[in-house]
Write a protein that binds this ligand. Structure first.
Ligand code: AMP
Length: 122
């Protein structure tokens, strides 16, 4: 789509995790979403929640194109934080290279744990 602010590759690392071409520590999965541990965790709990569709590169595109899917992703945060962190959580979407986005397949960072109260993450 020409009006997208970011180009998205169907062969992103997340696509390869979804297809099991690359291994990941999967913590939750359904027909539309996969969640797995970040390979470089910044907190006790650092999970990436990723829609399986390759249609959206950023959260803005996802919110406009499939807000229900975005809400389904957000709904996974609390159970993930309760199971793997301290129950409270921070959600991060990096949007664009200058904000630190490195994978252009929309994804939500779920962070939880004592590191957050120290205020040194995001
Ligand atoms: P962002 O910088 O917001 O685009 O986030 C991309 C995230 O993907 C980073 O936090 C990376 O540590 C993480 N990441 C990259 N490759 C892998 C992988 N193979 N398995 C799990 N997480 C990964």
């Amino acid at each position: 789509m020409s009006d997208r602010i970011t180009a998205m590759s169907d062969e992103s690392v997340f696509t390869k995790i979804i297809s099991r071409e690359i291994e990941a520590r999967i913590v939750a999965e359904n027909d539309r979403i996969i969640a797995f541990e970040d390979i470089a965790p910044q907190a006790q709990c650092h999970v990436l929640v990723v829609p399986k569709t390759t249609e959206y590169a950023t959260v803005e595109e996802l919110a406009a194109g499939d807000p229900v899917l975005l809400a389904e992703m957000v709904a996974l945060a609390r159970p993930i934080a309760l199971e793997r962190g301290n129950g409270d959580f921070r959600l991060v979407f990096n949007n664009g290279e200058k904000a630190g986005q490195t994978v252009f397949h929309v994804h939500m960072h779920v962070l939880s744990g004592p590191e957050l109260s120290e205020g040194n993450i995001a």
